[in-house]
Design a protein around this ligand. Structure first.
Ligand code: ZN
Length: 128
């Protein structure tokens, strides 16, 4: 084999090896970034799970209106509810119970207590 074709063959081998090395470096860089992201995620504090109770509003049996339910944690009122709910769709708190009000007065009483507590809270703030 001539010197010229020897060099040509050698050049092809070196070029192939160089290509392999560059591809493997690119793969390693990608893997390094993925591992850094995973490590950062593992180092984060786990999110604290909050719990709540759902209060289903009293509805007369003849009513066509959809179920209205209030979350004890975020206080949001939602239209529609399913027994399969395990978490509040608004705040993500785990649902411990879902109880129906036995009369329309239950909700008024609950709202009155909440309003009184809120007012009490703001009075404490303004007094200090
Ligand atoms: Zn909630």
């Amino acid at each position: 084999m001539s010197e010229r074709s020897n060099r040509k063959n050698g050049g092809v081998i070196v070029a192939d090896r160089l290509k392999q090395l560059r591809e493997s470096r690119k793969k390693n860089d990608l893997e390094e970034k993925a591992l850094e992201v995973a490590l950062a995620a593992l180092a984060e504090e786990p999110r604290k799970l909050t719990t709540c109770d759902l209060i289903l509003e009293y509805v007369p049996i003849s009513s066509w209106q959809s179920e209205r339910v209030t979350c004890s944690e975020c206080k949001k009122v939602m239209n529609g509810w399913s027994e399969s709910w395990q978490f509040c769709p608004v705040c993500g708190s785990k649902v411990l119970s879902a109880e129906r009000e036995s009369s329309p007065h239950d909700r008024l009483t609950r709202l009155a207590v909440e309003t009184a507590l809120e007012n009490f809270g703001s009075q404490v703030v303004t007094q200090s």
